[in-house]
Unconditional design. Sequence first.
Length: 186
Amino acid sequence: MHESRQDDRFRNKKSGGEVAEQFRRRKGTNERLAKTDVRYWEAKLFHDAYTRAGERVRQAFWSVRLQHAGRRETLPLGTVNKTAARAKARDIFLCLKGGGWEAALKVYKPEAAKPVISDATVGDLLREVAAIGGLKPKTFADYAKSLRKIAADIRGIKGGTDKFNPHTGGRRKWLEKVEAVPLAEN
């Protein structure tokens, strides 16, 4: 009982609105901005970053992270101009509220909505991952072996013991059959 009284001394008894109001006063503004006001979006803009070859790379253009209907997405705004980025972030928000994620992504992030390769095969995927995946060779070899096994099992491609023999050409023939399996069925 003594501990709970001590905990109560440190607990902030202000409501969320009171805390927000206190924060606004500290920042020097009493103004509450609506999400339809472009000035609201200035605080939501950031420069997205990614890691390539062990180094952190910061994007030059602005991005915004939005959440709606239980889904969160980061959308690149495609501009280094902060004023234009604020306006575009507001426009994306309005589109999202009006039509949902499908409509917003179709307009503002169309590359996410399009399939990259519609007739891609297991071999295409493996070549692409080998080129840009950044995996250790042993890790990639293990993943490729597993994917080929799954594809062969699904398609019923049998290789018998000959598929393990690289000297008779059985291995190459089995690989060609498995790597020709399409990733998506029409």
